[in-house]
Design a protein around this ligand. Structure first.
Ligand code: TXA
Ligand code: MG
Length: 342
């Protein structure tokens, strides 16, 4: 398949919108990561997304909208909690999981009776949805299992020749995917952490927000298996959280401890491995520089793969519920929970 690579200007966004309307696939920028879009209400189109990404079909997609009116088509009613969150955070990197209407096809939600919805904070994305005249289902625009794409070149690398078009734009401002919040329960539950944090959500709602306990488990990953290994008790509520993810080609290890101790250990490990003839990459973010870490992390992994790095050594971020926690969630999966404590 020949993929059209289109700069994000109005006439090109219209071409891309025609493709969406006709049931095709278009990758587009959002503020978090690039998305791979299809008409969310067209089961055949959504089916193609799974195939293009090599994605397991029980993993539901996030449905992107450009106007709050569109939300009413997707869910039977908007609760006061949903309304407060919409006002405070949309457009922006928050996905809300709500009950779905029968209009939303099974294939879009992986057969669940809920649907994840968000309004992205990116002009190209919003124009694409508006011109398409339909909500757009979009997972991250990477081959399943690879680091999420935060630059147009990442998308071209993974999906050129596999989809109809790629709208190119600037690098993603946030760099990690949206916070996914289940608002179908009495107390909202974070299913995937992002840059909108538990504290921010609690401040707006004036009520406690929970974190899916599965996110707090640290489990080793056997190659080719889900993140729970053989543990029958590992049941994250967002199906996507159980898969091996974000994996660079290189082996990766995380070092956890005080900043000084981590730096010392990283230096030592690097020297040992370089002496053994390996190419080593190091990812050490500054203390508390969590937003910067979110912005750079996936791009750093891809850069190191391109450079042919054999071993990536990364410093852990110490944070239990904020942006650092969201980055650590991705880092742990990238490294297959391979951690050295110092
Ligand atoms: O920032 C983002 O959210 C990006 C951009 C493109 O918008 N999209 C994204 O999509 O990260 P994806 O498909 O890579 O991740 C969606 C996550 C998965 O972990 C999935 O299991 C979860 O959201 N999810 C979606 N719908 C859900 C639902 N109804 N119930 C529970 N989890 C859901
Ligand atoms: Mg993804």
């Amino acid at each position: 398949m020949k993929t059209k690579i289109l700069e994000s200007k109005s006439e090109n966004i219209r071409i891309a919108a025609d493709i969406i309307r006709q049931g095709g696939l278009v990758a587009f920028p959002t503020e978090t990561v690039y998305g791979l879009g299809a008409d969310a209400l067209n089961p055949e189109a959504v089916g193609k997304v799974y195939a293009a990404k090599g994605r397991p079909s029980d993993n539901p997609m996030i449905v992107h909208i450009s106007r709050t009116e569109d939300f009413e088509k997707l869910t039977p009613s908007l609760s006061p909690v949903v309304k407060k969150l919409m006002d405070a955070f949309w457009p922006g990197p928050l996905t809300m999981v709500v009950k779905r209407t029968p209009e939303v096809p099974d294939v879009t939600t992986g057969g669940l009776d809920t649907v994840g919805v968000r309004m992205p904070d990116n002009k190209t994305a919003l124009a694409l949805i508006e011109y398409s005249g339909t909500p757009i289902a979009a997972p991250s625009a990477n081959i399943s299992g690879r680091p999420s794409p935060t630059k147009a070149e990442h998308v071209v690398h993974d999906l050129n020749g596999r989809i109809d078009a790629i709208l190119t734009g600037s690098d993603c401002r946030v760099g990690i995917e949206s916070t996914v919040l289940d608002v179908t329960t009495d107390a909202p539950v974070i299913l995937r952490p992002g840059i909108i944090t538990k504290n921010e959500l609690e401040a707006v709602l004036d009520m406690p927000v929970l974190i899916d306990p599965a996110l707090l488990q640290k489990r080793p990953v056997e190659k080719g298996e889900g993140l729970g290994g053989n543990d029958p008790d590992f049941h994250p509520k967002a199906p996507g959280m159980k898969y091996r993810h974000y994996a660079p080609k290189a082996e990766m290890v995380i070092i956890e401890g005080s900043h000084e101790a981590v730096e010392r250990k990283a230096k030592k490990l690097r020297a040992e491995n370089e002496n053994a003839g390996k190419k080593v990459g190091v990812i050490l973010f500054g203390e508390q520089a969590f937003a910067e870490a979110a912005h750079d992390f996936f791009a750093d992994l891809r850069k190191m793969d391109e450079q042919g790095v054999d071993l990536i050594i990364a410093g852990a971020l110490s944070d239990t519920d904020g942006i650092g926690f969201a980055v650590m969630n991705r880092m742990m999966k990238s490294a297959g929970y391979n951690v050295i404590k110092v």
